[in-house]
Design a protein around this ligand. Structure first.
Ligand code: FBP
Length: 548
């Protein structure tokens, strides 16, 4: 395969491993843990893996001797920069356990395990993918592992390949799968450990012991680069309002991080919209007021960052989506049989009065998008909802009214952007390259410790990587019960933006200035080579959170 000059140079990058992982390690167990909520229900559902202690690795003075281990690996869910480094770290980690250890990759996500679709990852293959973006080494998928038949089918191939540990690299839903699988295999004494790794650009898989999910750092740096470029264009031409929707599914971490990096005129934070019980009209009025204030100063241009999950956080919409989820789960076949042109009417007739009114008020396109298929985990596919267009159309209408009332006298021309897929497969930043490699290597150490149902945890991330702390946390510790497909299910609790957290407070303290004045920052592209203060800085979210 032909490679770019950067690809060639990047292949030689040696990820920096935390000191603690450089020699032989021992696992030190902490206190038993509890799930974040619904303790009794989670305990009953995970009798074999609930309440396990946190683990911390320390250097071991006596080198450990081990036998070769065969390990399987799965990339699950949306792509995130650094996945290939988790796999190369895992590969190097199990080779350190014993040079005859072998790594097998299951193809196209969890479905590869069930369908017995796999390949052996040799050192020649791994070397081709070190420090590269993408998940193309084995591909990814969103198959939900939840049925006994899937687990048993998976076990057949694990046994055939003599695999005694499986590493699932995924987000909250995929790590929920990992916990369920770990519980099942432990319960039947299958002899297969299951270890999770925290992946997602969304940044919503985190807690005190998982400081960030991998990929967030690189993806937000890529988006911030292009937002900065748009801002410079915007500040040069001074004639457009740019409505920029950013991926991130439910949580607004990506939008907030990009706002901190770029200082746009407006950034909507979904969690704040919900906390203040704002309606769609409130959001639109706030935006229109900023446009009018800037126009009064002769500035008919600006930038607005919109988190893709916004719609789900507007309380009226949240209620509507919850009822729609149940309705579409209960009447899936009946709804599918309704002719396209009659589906809106069907939905309105089957919803409660309040939700029917909200649904009826939505533009056709948005209403349709809300009834499209959920992903296999029951999530509305928010990346398909064109909130940026919905908002700019509503702002234009509001401004027209304000003009008639003599409250606005400007020009409003809007352009729309959606940044998501652009950032998910970028070459990992030095931070993500190091973090991912450490997560994979650390997963190998967890395997060597013989545990199951744990997530690889590498923390102290604002410090130089040599000082990072490594260990494992029981996945059940992160779980609560939530309604999915009309039923209560154990799932990892999503970490949303905290309005009392330092990143949001920092943003909130400056946003009025950013709204009226033009305070744009232009972060520029990720730098892979050069001084550490340019190349190795973690996200601002992580830096501010460490001050909480
Ligand atoms: P994960 O939660 O699996 O990491 O996926 C994140 C994400 O990129 C979201 O930000 C986005 O809403 C979704 O995936 C898009 O899904 P798809 O890749 O299936 O279009």
């Amino acid at each position: 395969m032909k490679k770019s000059a950067l690809q060639k140079a990047r292949a030689a990058y040696q990820p920096k491993l935390p000191n603690v992982l450089t020699g032989s390690v021992k696992a030190v167990a902490g206190k038993p843990t509890q799930s974040v909520a619904n303790q009794e229900e989670i305990k009953a559902l995970f009798p074999s893996t609930y309440g396990l202690p946190e683990l911390k690795f320390e250097k071991n003075s006596t080198p450990s001797t081990s036998s070769p281990v065969n390990v399987g690996v799965i990339l699950s869910g949306g792509q995130a920069p650094g996945g290939h480094n988790v796999i190369s770290g895992l590969f190097d980690g199990i080779k350190k356990i014993h040079p005859d250890s072998r790594l097998f990759g299951f193809i196209m996500g969890p479905g590869g395990l069930v369908d017995h679709n796999y390949m052996e990852l040799t050192s020649a293959i791994i070397d081709e993918y070190r420090n590269t973006g993408g998940f193309d080494i084995i591909g990814s998928g969103r198959t939900k592992l939840e049925k006994k038949e899937q687990f048993d089918k998976g076990l057949e191939i694990l046994k055939a390949l003599n695999i005694s540990a499986l590493v699932i690299i995924g987000g909250d839903d995929s790590n929920t799968n990992a916990a369920v699988l770990a519980e099942y295999y432990k319960n039947i004494n299958a002899g297969v450990q299951v270890i999770g790794c925290p992946k997602t650009i969304d940044g919503d898989l985190k807690n005190d012991l998982i400081e960030t999910s991998f990929g967030f750092d690189t993806a937000t740096k890529v988006y911030s680069e292009v937002i900065g470029n748009i801002q410079r264009d915007c500040n040069s031409a001074k004639k457009y309002w740019h409505f920029i929707k950013l991926m991130g599914r439910s949580a607004s971490h990506i939008a907030l991080e990009c706002a901190l990096q770029c200082q746009p005129n407006v950034c909507i934070i979904s969690e704040e919209v919900e906390a203040h019980n704002l309606t769609l009209d409130d959001v639109v009025n706030n935006l229109a007021n900023v446009v009018a204030s800037r126009a009064a100063e002769g500035n008919n241009y600006g930038t607005v960052l919109i988190p893709e999950g916004l719609i789900e956080f507007i309380p009226a919409m949240k209620n509507l989506i919850a009822e729609l989820n149940d309705l579409l789960a209960a009447k899936a076949d009946e709804f599918a049989a309704v002719h396209h042109s009659e589906q809106r009417k069907y939905v309105i007739e089957h919803l409660s009065e309040a939700n029917a009114t909200t649904y009826a008020s939505l533009p056709e396109g948005v209403a349709r998008q809300l009834t499209l298929d959920r992903d296999p985990h029951g999530n509305v596919q928010v990346s398909l909802i064109e909130t940026e267009k919905l908002l700019s159309e509503m702002v234009a209408k509001r401004l027209a009214t304000m003009k008639k009332e003599g409250k606005y006298n400007g020009k409003f021309a809007a352009l729309h952007h959606f940044f998501g897929y652009e950032g998910r497969c970028a070459d990992p930043s030095n931070f993500d390259a190091d973090y991912c490699y450490a997560l994979g290597f650390n997963a190998a150490c967890l395997i060597q410790s013989g545990v199951t149902g744990y997530m690889s945890s590498v923390r102290n991330l604002v410090k130089p990587s040599s000082q990072w702390l490594c260990g494992g946390i029981p996945i059940t510790m992160m779980m609560n019960m939530e309604r999915r497909h009309g039923e209560m299910k154990p799932v990892i609790q999503k970490a949303l933006v905290r309005l009392d957290g330092e990143p949001f407070r920092k943003f909130a303290s400056q946003r009025d200035d950013w709204a009226l004045n033009t305070c744009y920052i232009y972060p520029g592209p990720i730098q892979y080579f050069g001084p550490a203060e340019i190349c190795d800085q973690p996200s601002l979210t992580l830096q501010y959170e460490s001050k909480n």
